[in-house]
Ligand binder design. Structure first.
Ligand code: GDP
Ligand code: MN
Length: 417
């Protein structure tokens, strides 16, 4: 009897020893993941500026701001679509200038037609060559070969040299443009965009009032193969500068369940930091941006951009400006300085945000809004103003990663109705 018991215990011994040995590692992993959680604040730290239509205050003081669109001459029709839309939904009341940028001289036809669509407030500039090219220290032949290879590997646009220049430009050089130097705020536009709700307040004024530096509509996952080295370079710079992780940064990360010290062995994999935790690839989609250029002109941001530029990843890989901006915001901005414009209806490519219309908040008799109709049905909890898109499809598309990025700034769960 005793012998049988001893032999049974002996059989269980390896399992018991394994459990005892593994327990501290499992506990460590649990603590690591638990510590990386972003606590939800007790109140909504990033409420919409308005949740109903406003009577546009056309007499109010404007901010020092400009709408900006980079485009090619060949995108004339698509550019017109965007400008027509922003004018009808916003700029007919607030009359900000629209700066058009191109790396090539503008066609006379583009200028004439777009200036007309922009109500005569168009400004047309050509980007100086030295702000739209390979950095001088980079081996151009090797960069061009890499771009060709990236094209074959299939990351979106990665085979186009111009696209790499564009990403580098928007990541850093844009903020040094002479044509922008007199402005503080910009609203980025792209050809082929639809605005689908009336924006009856001035977002620049509200951003300034609420001390925001960066506003977005849609957050998406970056295509991993376009930027395998970006996160390594970013975290190397972050450590070099001793930048602590904010709640927004943590919300961009997924803590590894691998226990220490094995976790750090993962660090050589793409999109991982030195501890082995992984960037979720979630980022603000930068074709819509309303932002304070002082943030991007700051020494810290420009130093980050220069550091990335020296790594060559804008050409050896296809580092995108959206990811670069987002990671910088995650490192250098206070999470409360980021604003989700969830009340702005927006579509670009197949991605969209469509707010539901505010119940009884549509100012049906407003003479200013007389052209902004018809609008789709109103519903309780809606925040949109005269949105033409179908609000039933939800505030944002279900599979976007938006919710992750909102965690530090909002207590709400389930953004997708
Ligand atoms: P996606 O939105 O990332 O799929 O890329 P797009 O083709 O829309 O390009 C993003 C922005 O950069 C748009 O405003 C384009 O007009 C602009 N863009 C991209 N490549 C070039 C280029 O070679 N020259 C100019 N002038 N604009 C470009
Ligand atoms: Mn685009």
């Amino acid at each position: 009897m005793l012998l049988r018991r001893i032999s049974r215990a002996a059989r269980r011994l390896p399992f018991f020893l394994l459990l005892v040995t593994a327990a501290p590692f499992i506990l460590e992993a649990i603590i690591h993941v638990w510590r990386s959680q972003v606590p939800r604040p007790a109140r909504d730290l990033d409420a919409p500026f308005f949740t109903t239509c406003q009577e546009p205050d056309v007499a109010a003081e404007r901010e020092n701001a400009v709408l900006v669109m980079l485009a090619r001459n060949s995108e004339r029709q698509k550019a017109k679509r965007t400008v027509r839309s922003i004018e009808a939904h916003f700029n007919q009341w607030f009359e900000y200038p629209i700066l058009f940028l191109n790396d090539e001289p503008w066609d006379a036809r583009f200028i004439a037609e777009l200036n007309k669509t922009a109500g005569g407030r168009g400004i047309f500039e050509v980007i100086p060559k030295n702000q739209w090219t390979f950095p001088d220290w980079l081996d151009q032949d090797s960069a061009k070969k890499s771009i060709e290879a990236q094209g074959h590997a299939g990351a979106p646009h990665a085979g186009k040299e111009g696209y790499h220049h564009m990403c580098r430009f928007y990541s850093g050089k844009f903020y040094q443009l002479e044509a922008l130097s007199k402005y503080k705020w910009y609203w980025r536009l792209e050809p082929d965009v639809d605005f689908t709700c009336a924006i009856t307040y001035d977002p620049f004024v509200q951003m300034a009032k609420h001390k925001k530096v960066y506003g977005y509509t849609i957050a998406l996952w970056e295509v991993g193969k376009s930027c395998p080295g970006l996160f390594h370079a970013t975290t190397a710079w972050k450590s070099l500068k001793g930048i602590p992780s904010s709640s927004l940064w943590s919300a961009m990360m997924e803590a590894s369940w691998m226990p220490f010290p094995f976790r750090s062995f993962l660090s050589w994999l793409p999109h991982r930091d030195a501890a082995g935790d992984v960037w979720s690839l979630c980022h603000f989609w930068s074709n819509f941006e309303i932002a304070d250029m002082d943030f991007f002109r700051s020494r810290a941001y420009q130093d980050y951009f220069e550091y990335l530029d020296k790594k060559g990843g804008f050409y050896q890989e296809r580092w995108g400006d959206a990811a670069v901006h987002s990671l910088a915001i995650g490192m250098l901005a206070d999470p409360q300085q980021v604003h989700h414009f969830e009340d702005i209806g927006y579509r670009h490519a197949k991605f969209y945000q469509c707010p539901a219309n505010a119940l009884d908040g549509q100012l049906p008799d407003s003479p200013s809004l007389v052209k902004n109709k018809p609008w789709s049905p109103e519903s309780a909890g809606g925040i949109g103003c005269r949105c033409e898109c179908d609000g039933k499809t939800g505030r944002n598309f279900q599979s976007y990663c938006l919710d992750r990025l909102k965690q530090p700034s909002s207590p709400k769960k389930g953004w997708f109705s």
